[in-house]
Write a protein that binds this ligand. Sequence first.
Ligand code: ANZ
Ligand code: ZN
Length: 818
Amino acid sequence: EQHYDPQALQAKWQRRWEELQPFRADDDPADTRERRYVLDMFPYPSGDLHMGHAEAFAIGDVVARYWLQRGHNVMHPIGWDSFGLPAENAAIKRNAHPAEWTYANIDTQANSFKRYGISFDWSRRLHTSDPEYYRWTQWLFTRFFERGLAYRKGGLVNWCPADQTVLANEQVKDGRCERCGAEVVRRELTQWYFKITDYADRLLDDMTQLEGEWPERVLTMQRNWIGRSEGADVDFAIEGRDEPVTVYTTRPDTLYGATFFVVAPDAPLAEEIVSEEQREAFEAYRAEVAKLSDIDRLSTEKEKTGVFLGRHAINPVTGERMPVWAADYVLSDYGHGAIMAVPAHDQRDLDFARAFDLPVQVVVHTGLADPGETGVATAGEGTLVNSGPLDGLSKAEAIKKIIEVLAGRGTGRAAVNFRLRDWLLSRQRFWGCPIPIIHCPDCGEVPVPDDQLPVTLPDMRGEALAPKGVSPLASADDWVTVACPKCGGSARRDTDTMDTFVDSSWYFLRYVDPSYEEGPFDVEKLRLWGPVDQYVGGVEHAVLHLLYARFFTKVLHDMGMVDFTEPFRRLLNQGQVINQGKAMSKSLGNGVDLGQQIDAYGVDAVRLTVVFAGPPEDDIDWADVSPAASQKFLARAFRVMAEAGAASAPGADVSTGDLELRRFTHRTVDEVTKLAESHRFNVAVARLMELTSAARRAIDAGPGAADPAVREAAEALAVMLSLVAPYTAEEGWERLGRSASVARAGWPVVDPALLVQESVTCVVQVAGKVRDRLEVSPEISEAELEALALASDKVRAFLDGDPRKVIVRAPKLVNIVP
Ligand code: ANZ
Ligand code: ZN
């Protein structure tokens, strides 16, 4: 019986895997296999798995299964990021508890993962909403608090009017709530923050470890988000104020061109220095500005607005009086909340100067037309003019010089500034990790003692959870009122919960032992496994989760709990699954249901389709792929394995097998190895298709199914195919008379003697252009090949005299620089 029935195989092998547990990672230090930690970004339990999961997890599984076949001790865990708003919203709607929805969905997803054949070590499963887990999230918060890394402050925060909670800067995308899309407004609130800014330098510097290992665009996004800039702090005297006011500038060289001064309207300084005549206008303006997001305020498109504060600052080098304005394009929480405006060389300053008729003074000659006339600021390099001792200098020289001058007078100094803000972590919602702080009227903020953790959520459900602008926890009186752990007096619990990104900032550490009770994670076991060797997930986390997890890791490193400073050695961002060129959406009606695809074609065909569609980073348009064709290929591969299995027994002497097929098999293994190492899984699948065809030809028109070379090809096929189509591979392996599981069969060993080709084509380039092709022995030495290439007439025609340089990559390429 060689009929290929994918659904029957699935049921059979799921059962067998439950028995055999082939994907258990071994924590025993005596296990000397090299350890590898493969991690998929854990899912949020919103309904069943979808096509996006299908892609991400299929790709992560190729890596995990490949390393297992290579003989490594692989840890490939799974868990759920199970706190969060959707559960709460569903609970309000159905008058239920968020846990019901959450854990029901987790079960659904877990079953789907099992069906999807992902090689998880299920014994390491965790859920961030379990008290056993969030006890440690609270423990970590307490440690951060003790180190001064968690603190409360008042200020303007991002508020989502739909979700009725604050948001971190990282969760505001183009002025909208990252989750629900509502326009974010600003609110004055006292909130908890993590002091991620203390780590700004290290978050930036340690990126050298990730260079070449993480996608460049993620590194760029993080770099920009951290936004380190170098410049100077310059002190300006303000008429009638004793203390000078400091501004941060990246262009201290343009100081002679600073013609006015701008203060953020929401900065305390503006309120302090505004003159009596201007106060009313200022207050009206400030009220208007409060409605705007930072994005609006910084937009270069937006018409410039502002109000004169009725005061003057003094330019420290020209001695000129500079009117002081308040304008929304200056932010209160960046730099020092005030700027020196250089309209000639900064576009926003120029727009403002033109709107309010303020002077424009060119101090850098760039060769471009006068900004005062064109309205286009000249921000580029040039030669300093109208700048006293700086005249004639370049920008870099002038920056150095002016900083020396200012430092000498004590009115300025070199300075570094970061765009990164502290991480606002409190949320006014229910279904999250309670902040383990008690507010005592006498003792202030008192952390809940470790032995009283976890602070569990009170039992609340349905309507009681509806957003009210304050946390639902505030209405749980019995829960809120507690004795102060310090003085025993009556005190109140903090009623906010933590941003769910706190939960996910350390989950990868807990997988080493999710039931560990002595701490958030077993430090010893982590020493065996950490850091993560390969992380797989979506690019949408570039400045959220990935930045936060890096921050947590560094803090834990400073606490002596982890040895490494970067949590994820390598990162792979899979593309998205789209349909008909567009993201799948209900409104477009172009959604593709994973369950239906699996029912129609089988798990392996779906997985193979996803992996074969293109490089893992690319989007997959479901309209362009064919799971039916994948299924056909798998049936073909299955028949090759089944026929070989029926015709011969394991252990035959392969050296007597058909040489041509043997060569093909070994070349394929060699190539697939390299392709797997470099994550070119789609090409690897193409090679398996070729191997299947070669074996088929050998069976039908060559030495026949009983030839040991056919068995060798079929066995290699089963092992390599197990990375993408585990069910088919298991069944094929069994038909080949081998014992389960193919997942641990071991990667086929390449015989180098069989890789030798009779001849290969060597390309000879002159100045980057192909000028000749030579048939050479694959064994040719570099010297021989160079001599051969230089002797070619076709090459000599493009050379006069000796070449400057010859780069030889034997046997395939010679590159001549004339
Ligand atoms: C004078 C100047 C002249 C500037 C010039 C730029 C060009 P980055 O690189 O992002 O750090 N700035 C400083 N504080 C600000 C605030 N609170 N709100 C808005 N803008 C602020 O940017 C630093 C530059 O942004 C500073 O350098 C300052 O403008 C402005 F030809 O100072 B510059
Ligand atoms: Zn107290």
